[in-house]
Every structure is written in structure tokens, then in C-alpha cells.
Ligand binder design. Structure first.
Ligand code: HEC
Ligand code: HEC
Length: 288
């Protein structure tokens, strides 16, 4: 009897330890947000490099006030208002809130975000870049706009993302970039982290987790298909073709791109410096 009780106790304690670990809120530095003009300007650039506008642009209201419906096989998610409005946006957010959201997919109260928000790509951002983004967002004009609640099945609950994140961690990392060329490394940061190109171009498993061993091998998104942009997919592209495409949306065969990629060009890659577009090209066309 006592043996049974002690085994039961061990099981309960073990379960509690696992649960505490799964739901723990990561510790992030609580340095204050720099509000210098330089920081705000860097943030404005990073908002472009991060492709934030493609999802958070206000649909009926100004600025980054949200409301865009993002359809996925798990339901329809509405991009929130990320202007500093106190009631309907992110007014009052501090440095730690931005770090938790962008690098860990967690809200100010520790709640889990759905990966319709590409926080797993942004997780690789530097803290400084995240804080500059925060400085920029807090400098914006607050816009009151309450976005609709997500339309998702009742079984899909935020706490489940605790397990999903662990499974995503276990599916393995992308191949390390074996290069010491600073241009290639900058390109990798822009592509894998800020620009989150893999969110659309990397195939996913049944749980919606990107299969990073097939990074950029192409993926189907609803009715559209994001082409392969790995070494094989870009065989006929020169680095110059690629950089030019990121600026104008004209492919190596002279055709203009459509679909969701149009918004990526418009709000992200066309807004970058030529240096950064060349860095993206250097990464995708790196010698392998
Ligand atoms: C592919 C679309 C998409 C992109 C790109 C995107 N987001 Fe989001 N974002 C979302 C969605 C959807 C949510 C809500 C997730 C949820 O409710 O769980 C969200 C949530 C957020 C939140 C939390 C807001 C709150 O009220 O809790 C912040 C802050 C945020 N995004 C900032 C950004 C920034 C900064 C960028 C660019 C670096 C960005 N997002 C890029 C879709 C996107
Ligand atoms: C929101 C989803 C999405 C994101 C993010 C995205 N793409 Fe795309 N991309 C697409 C889709 C969809 C197509 C195909 C469009 C079409 O042909 O109508 C495409 C096409 C392309 C093509 C043309 C390939 C060919 O062979 O025709 C290139 C190159 C490309 N994307 C590069 C990138 C890069 C680099 C990034 C990151 C900076 C990126 N994409 C981010 C969805 C995305």
C-alpha cells in the first residue's frame, strides 16, 4: 500500500515538474526601451525587413492597426492592432513584452501565441533589433481598432502551443550556414529570421511544423504554391537576377510575380537597402 502511494506521489510530482517546465515564462532582460530617434529609425527599417506590414496593416483603419484575415488549415486568424492604443493595441508594452512576444511567442500575461504569428522565425533576432522594433511601434500614432476574435475550432487552445513549441524544437534545426562571409551571414539573418521566407517556402509536417531539413524546398499554401527557392530551385537564377527580383518582382524569365509574394516584395524586400538585397542573394546563391 505505502509502496503504491509513493509511486503515485512520484508520478504526480514528475507530472507537475514537466507541466511547470512546459508552461514556464522564459526570462528576458528587462532593460528599458531606448526611445532615441536613432533607435526608432532602425526600428522603422526592421519593420520592413520583418515583413510586419504584410500582416498587420490596418484593413479599415490607419497604420499597423490590424484586422487582416489570415486563412490557414487550422482556421482564420486576425492580425492584431500593434499601434500603441491602450485599449485595443499594445499601449503600455515594455521591453520585456516585445522580447517575450517576438522571441518566445508569449504574451504579456504569459499566454501562448499561435504560430500564425511567425515568432519561431523571429526568435533568432538580436535583442537589440527587437527593442528597436518596440521603440518604433511605441512611437506610432495610437489607432483604436478592435480586431475580430480568431475563427478557430473549439479544441484549438492556446495552452496546446506549449507542447507544439517543444515538438517544433525537436524536429531539428536548419543546416548551419558554413560560411564566414559577413554578407552571406547577413543574408541568412534576413532570410531565416527577419524575412521569415521559410514560413511560406519550407514544407510543413501534419502538425504545421516547418521541416527544416527541407528548408526552402517549396510548399503549398491553400490554393497557391510557394516555389522551391533552395539551391536546386534557383539553379537558373544568378545572384544578380535574385537581387533584382527582390527589388522589382520580375523573375529570371522576365515574368512578374503574383500571389502572396507580391506583398513580400512591396512591403519588405523592395524597401531594403541594395546592400541587404545583395546579402539575401549572396545567402540563397552561396557556394555549396
Ligand atoms: C504572417 C503574418 C504576421 C507577420 C508577418 C507578423 N505578425 Fe505579428 N501577429 C500575427 C498574428 C496572427 C498575431 C496574433 C497571434 C495570436 O493571437 O496568438 C500576431 C501578434 C503580434 C503581436 C502581439 C500583439 C498582442 O496584442 O498581443 C505583436 C507585438 C506582433 N504580432 C508584432 C509583429 C511584428 C513586430 C512583426 C514583424 C517583425 C510581425 N508581428 C509580423 C501575424 C503576423
Ligand atoms: C507569405 C508567404 C511568402 C513569404 C513570406 C515569402 N514568399 Fe516567396 N513566394 C511566395 C509565393 C506564394 C510564391 C509564388 C507566387 C506565384 O508564382 O504566384 C513565391 C515566389 C517566390 C520566388 C519566385 C520563385 C520562382 O522560381 O518563380 C522567389 C525567388 C521568392 N518567392 C523568394 C522569397 C524570399 C527571398 C522570401 C523572404 C524574403 C520570400 N520569398 C518570402 C510566398 C512567400
Amino acid at each position: 500500500m505505502t509502496k503504491r502511494i509513493s509511486i503515485g506521489l512520484v508520478v504526480v510530482v514528475f507530472a507537475l515538474v514537466v507541466l511547470t517546465w512546459l508552461f514556464r515564462v522564459p526570462s528576458v532582460t528587462s532593460q528599458p526601451i531606448e526611445t532615441s530617434e536613432a533607435s526608432v529609425q532602425r526600428g522603422a527599417y526592421l519593420i520592413n525587413a520583418g515583413g510586419c506590414i504584410s500582416c498587420h496593416e490596418g484593413q479599415e483603419t490607419e497604420g499597423l492597426s490590424g484586422g487582416m484575415a489570415l486563412a490557414s488549415e487550422f482556421g482564420t486568424f486576425y492580425a492584431p492592432n500593434i499601434t500603441p492604443d491602450r485599449d485595443t493595441g499594445i499601449g503600455g508594452w515594455e521591453a520585456k513584452d516585445f522580447l517575450l512576444a517576438l522571441k518566445h511567442g508569449r504574451g504579456p500575461e504569459g499566454q501562448f501565441y499561435f504560430p500564425a504569428f511567425p515568432y519561431r522565425a523571429y526568435a533568432g533576432m538580436t535583442d537589440q533589433d527587437v527593442l528597436d522594433i518596440g521603440a518604433y511601434l511605441l512611437s506610432l500614432e495610437p489607432v483604436a481598432n478592435r480586431v475580430p476574435p480568431h475563427e478557430i475550432p473549439v479544441w484549438l487552445q492556446r495552452w496546446m502551443l506549449a507542447g507544439w513549441n517543444v515538438m517544433a524544437d525537436l524536429t531539428g534545426d536548419a543546416t548551419p550556414v558554413l560560411s564566414e562571409d559577413p554578407e552571406v551571414l547577413r543574408g541568412a539573418y534576413l532570410a531565416r529570421n527577419l524575412g521569415h521566407c521559410g514560413e511560406c517556402h519550407t514544407p510543413r509536417n501534419g502538425l504545421g511544423i516547418p521541416m527544416l531539413d527541407q528548408e526552402f524546398a517549396g510548399a503549398t499554401l491553400g490554393e497557391s504554391h510557394a516555389d522551391a527557392i533552395d539551391a536546386e530551385g534557383l539553379l537558373n537564377w544568378s545572384a544578380d537576377d535574385f537581387a533584382f527580383f527582390l527589388f522589382l518582382g520580375m523573375k529570371e524569365d522576365g515574368e512578374y510575380i503574383g500571389g502572396e509574394m507580391e506583398s513580400v516584395i512591396e512591403h519588405n524586400t523592395a524597401m531594403l537597402t541594395e546592400e541587404d538585397r545583395n546579402a539575401l542573394a549572396a545567402f540563397f546563391k552561396r557556394p555549396r
